[in-house]
Design a binder for this molecule. Structure first.
Ligand code: NOJ
Length: 610
């Protein structure tokens, strides 16, 4: 990669100034073990300049909202120079900010502002593939077969008499073959190159030392700028099985996540991450605050995911098994136990996540039959989905470890399932002939305020890059703020309770309590306190037995439980039994209830202190 392509700061980076990581907010080195990390999808969070596309100045302006929400860190999806063939996951220059999002100075401003507010910043690193507009790839194509730059990618001659067939049978995750044929500089048909995703995303060859050197340098570039860590895109894909063997099976997507594949989760990836960990450790802050890496690793088992988190490798991995688990008590309990055991075995925190920029929002998923999976076009039962989503967040935030939130879930946003085909931009939608790839539905810009689009996403005027539904005025941040029944206030209360109570956050175990079928009840203890989470996942009210002295702290539903007086939320308000509990106002410890067997409403979660 040519340095000349990259941008440079016009001032000293934030890591070299007084507001560097850790100096504002001295805290634990292992802050990440229980961090709540909020995913910002830069295209859709806030548009600072009014061009309809979110940008870095927009994010910076909204950071106080995230501080007040109560999260610890922000992860930003890619904002690097990119032709946007896959919404920025096709990187042309790893050291430059795309003009659509701003400049490197804007990134630096964002990091400084976040640190000043006590927020960490995690950036997305895309090491499996780059853009076909990356300097190396352009030159590799231009120089033709035999170019040493081709060795940094997977170029191969085709099979068949005239090389007209792909070199092997691998399929792209976005549909179609994982190989595209090139045209030689003289215009004749040439070699093929591998792309596990879109043709505009050629895979790097991680057997080549220049690729290793380049990414070590890119890590340092962003660490020097003051970032607190990286989310590693397709962390399981970098190393391919020697010889690129055929799989011998079509419809390979159906195997992903369950079967061993020659292009995913190869043992060779671990040595790469051991090297990266040494770099991250060099950059620990003055009080030992660690810089971290979180793996996006789809592996056949949670145990295989845990291998990425051995003490000398990465810090966290997304828990996709949890994300993919439907609203089912037994299945959730199983995935929770398996996750805690597998991550505990390597000394890593479990992580929990319900939504991200690649899946249908969970407020929609939970209102649809589970068989529809994570890519949906059905609106489902909106009321049921939201009710379950609210219960699900109390369950998730009560679990030991670190939690990921996806922008807009705190507003209870549904997926936008009725986007017209002509506005869709997800490359997998087109490669799958409109049968898959519905990721645009969760990427619609956030409503902040006002009665009509763009709802404060950007200055009034032009349309946002994906159209916002007419019905979103009531879901805006402004509309929900101060409404004790709103999903936003539920999130704010839950995150405040999580910060206050030492039983929550870090830890490795839950103690399951006896509960009727379809109900999850578990306890978490800390010196001087006890905490219980109950979740009724059935569609009927259920009576649950609680430890003596349990006091309700927070409920996901207004009709949460019969026979329980509200305990916290608003110390000044004497809310009637059955009213919203634990939303709105400061959370205080206000013992009210004792020795109870409450009836918990359907699809409702309640937090209790004992
Ligand atoms: C995973 C990212 O989350 C997704 O958005 C992207 O399309 C693929 N990796 C390819 O980079």
């Amino acid at each position: 990669m040519k340095e000349a392509m990259s941008q440079h700061l016009t001032h000293a980076p934030s890591s070299a100034t007084a507001d560097a990581v850790g100096e504002v907010d001295a805290e634990r080195g292992d802050w990440w073990r229980d961090a709540v990390i909020y995913q910002v999808y830069p295209r859709s969070f806030a548009d600072g300049n009014g061009d309809g596309m979110g940008d870095l100045p927009g994010v910076t302006a909204r950071l106080p909202y995230l501080r007040d929400l109560g999260v610890d860190a922000v992860w930003l999806s890619p904002f690097y120079a990119s032709p946007q063939a896959d919404a920025g996951y096709d990187v042309a220059d790893y050291r430059a900010v795309d003009p659509m999002f701003g400049t490197l100075n804007d990134a630096d401003d964002l990091i400084r502002a976040a640190h000043a507010l006590g927020l960490k910043v995690i950036v997305d690193l895309v090491p499996n593939h780059c853009s076909d507009q990356h300097e190396w790839f352009k030159r590799a194509l231009h120089e033709g077969p035999g170019s040493p730059l081709r060795e940094r990618f997977h170029f191969r001659p085709g099979k068949g008499a005239a090389g007209e067939l792909p070199p092997n049978d691998w399929e792209s995750i976005f549909g179609g073959p994982a190989w595209t044929r090139t045209v030689n500089p003289d215009g004749t048909p040439g070699e093929w190159y591998l792309h596990l995703f879109a043709p505009e995303q050629p895979d790097f060859n991680w057997d080549h030392p220049a690729v290793h050197d380049e990414f070590r340098s890119v890590l340092r570039f962003w660490l020097d700028l003051g970032t607190d860590g990286f989310r590693i895109d397709v962390a399981h894909g970098l190393v391919k099985a020697a010889g690129l063997p055929d799989i011998g099976h079509a419809e390979q997507l159906s195997l992903l996540g369950t079967a061993a594949m020659p292009y995913f989760d190869q043992d060779g990836v671990h040595e790469i991450y051991r090297g990266w960990r040494r770099i991250l450790d060099e950059y620990a802050g003055p009080a030992g605050e660690e810089r971290i890496a979180v793996a996006e690793a789809w592996t056949p088992t949670i145990e295989r995911a845990a291998l990425y988190l051995r003490p000398d490798e990465l810090h966290q991995a997304f828990n996709f098994e949890y994300l993919s688990t439907s609203w089912d008590a037994a299945a959730l309990r199983k995935v929770i136990d398996t996750s805690l055991t597998a991550m505990g075995a390597v000394g890593a925190p479990a992580t929990w996540v319900l939504s991200n920029h690649d899946v249908t929002r969970h407020a929609t998923r939970f209102g649809n039959p589970p068989e529809l999976g994570t890519q949906q076009r059905e609106p489902g039962d909106r009321e049921l989905g939201l009710r379950r989503a609210r219960a699900a967040i109390l369950l998730m935030l009560a679990l030991p470890g670190s939690a990921y939130l996806y922008q807009g879930e705190e507003l209870g946003l549904p997926d936008v399932t009725d986007l017209p085909d002509e506005v869709r931009q997800d490359p997998s939608f087109f490669r799958a002939a409109g049968q898959d790839g519905f990721r645009d539905g969760c990427r619609v810009p956030i409503p902040w305020s006002g009665d009509e689009p763009p709802y404060g996403f950007g200055p009034a005027g032009g349309p946002s890059w994906l159209p916002q539904p007419k019905s979103w005025a009531a879901l805006s941040v402004a509309a929900q703020t101060g409404d004790p029944a709103s999903t936003l206030e539920l999130y704010r209360s839950a995150l405040a309770v999580r910060r206050q109570r030492q039983e929550l956050g870090a830890g490795t175990a839950v103690t399951w309590l006896d509960a009727p079928e379809g109900v999850l009840a578990f306890r978490r203890d800390a010196p001087g306190g006890g905490f219980v989470c109950t979740v009724n996942l059935t569609s009927e009210p259920v009576r649950v037995r609680l430890p003596a002295g349990s006091r309700a702290l927070l409920s996901s539903g207004a009709d949460y439980a019969e026979g329980v007086r509200p305990a916290v939320a608003d110390a000044t308000a004497d809310r009637p039994a059955g009213g919203p509990l634990g939303v709105g106002g400061p959370v205080t410890d206000n013992p009210v209830h004792d020795g109870i067997e409450p009836v918990i409403a359907a699809d409702t979660a309640i937090w209790w202190a004992i």
